[in-house]
Design a protein around this ligand. Structure first.
Ligand code: GRF
Length: 189
């Protein structure tokens, strides 16, 4: 039986691309939809190039009432994957897919998480802290920012001459290396 994935992303989409590439030759796994709240986001070019359908999420419809739950349910997703999606999900959406929504965060939660902690803000805070390590956290999604059960973490060292930009590059490499295979593990459970 084939398994359906939905990706939510609003950035450049490098994680979405890594996931697409990983499952490209897997007949059991199909990426059915890329949902995005930014019409200019790079991830939409990836979707177009890959021939993956897209959903442009409108703020009002997303946050008021049932939003897109019916459209998403119709695709029977095994997982909904947040890969650089910045909005907090409405409670109704989280409850419609219990245990099936996961997120990747570019730091070692519970540090450097919560509202406003995304993108370069995370890596700047990590650099300013003087921490010797950072990493990634893949976790289940609940109604709160960066709060659900942790599924996986990976760590990378921070060298004294690392800047927030080089930290960001190291972390993104970790994301690309681990996110697709953790998704595969979850699909096999
Ligand atoms: C990643 O660092 C991810 O952890 C964060 O947003 C970034 C998305 O990058 N939530 P990309 O759009 O996949 O390149």
């Amino acid at each position: 039986m084939s398994q359906n994935l939905i990706i939510f992303a609003s950035g450049s989409g490098s994680n979405a691309q890594a996931i697409i590439d990983f499952f490209r030759n897997d007949p059991e796994v199909k990426i059915r939809l890329i949902a995005c709240n930014k019409p200019q986001a790079g991830v939409l070019n990836i979707a177009s190039h890959e021939g993956i359908p897209t959903l442009i999420i409108e703020k009002e419809q997303f946050f008021s009432g049932n939003g897109y739950i019916d459209e998403l349910k119709a695709l029977d997703p095994s997982l909904i994957i947040l890969a650089g999606f910045l909005w907090k999900l409405p409670t109704a959406l989280v409850q419609a897919f219990p245990g099936k929504i996961i997120n990747i965060h570019p730091a070692l939660l519970p540090k450097y998480g919560g509202k406003g902690m995304y993108g370069h803000f995370v890596h700047e805070a990590v650099k300013a802290s003087g921490d010797l390590q950072t990493g990634i956290t893949i976790h289940q999604v609940d109604e709160h920012y960066d709060n659900g059960t942790f599924l996986f973490q990976a760590v990378t060292d921070i060298e004294p001459d690392d800047s927030s930009e080089t930290i960001a590059k190291k972390v993104l490499q970790l994301e690309h290396r681990h996110f697709p295979r953790i998704i595969q593990d979850l699909l096999r459970q």
